[in-house]
Write a protein of this length. Sequence first.
Length: 318
Amino acid sequence: MASTTSSRFDRRDALLDAWVERQRAIAVLQSEAAALLAERWELWREEVTEHPMHRDAIERSMIAEYSAAGHISKGTMEFAFTDARTLHEDFPLIRRSHQQGLISAAHVREILREAQPVGAAVRSQTAAPETLTLYEAAVLEVAEADTPARTRAHARRIAAALAGSTVVEQHTRAASERAVTVRSVGDGMALLQAVLPEHLALAIHDRLTAMARHLSQHPEDRASAVSVLTDADEQWARLVEQALHAQDEAQPGREASHLGRAQRADDAGAIFSTQTFAVDPFAASALTDDRRADDDLVPSCLPPAVDVASDACPVPPP
């Protein structure tokens, strides 16, 4: 019995060691593939030097050729060429670790993405050229012993420190990456994904959770296309309706846009006006007249005549 148990443990260890070795071999092969792409990029430069007028056509042809041969989308292939070139030219320590199989292609991708602030600081001469080497060494301490996701978080902190970025600058840079995507998952369903400021994401989640909880407890309300309004919701909807009418009278040209966006305040509850996630998180009293006129959020339709700090303008419902 003891012999059988020991043999099973030995087999487990052997399988684990074999799997780790295969993963290392895969990483080595991925580094070799990246090196081939970097070499192909050098050949592209030579071709462009000879035919500068056809630079874009030569690049598109190269991307299409590799994309078709590897059954990879063109966008993914473009990223692969960019990463290979950057790795070959600017990150010798990362390249060496990848060649040894100590980090995977996923690690390399995250490290290169998060290095952008450091690279920008070096190019603008606000940081010394050796800063990139410090970044590589610091990131590898974690990358060689942890997952790509944790490496990304660590690399982001290191890059911010080395580039001298403030928290506000980091948030501003991150805000430029906002995006909304929709992907079909089959059977008439789709996956909706959004990258947006954290406080807005939490507000959306809280509001949807509250609505779902209400509908689960009150099935009779599910047939209505408009969410059930509380007293505060109704006050807010009436205020929006008044503001829209006032704005239309003051600026007739804006009426069509209001109708197209919300079908007036009658449907506002179903679209945007009574939902927490559609309301500007900043205090309404702090908004300027210019911002009220320019924003597309609910407070933007309040005319200057409405005192948003008064009791006539209720706080949007939670």
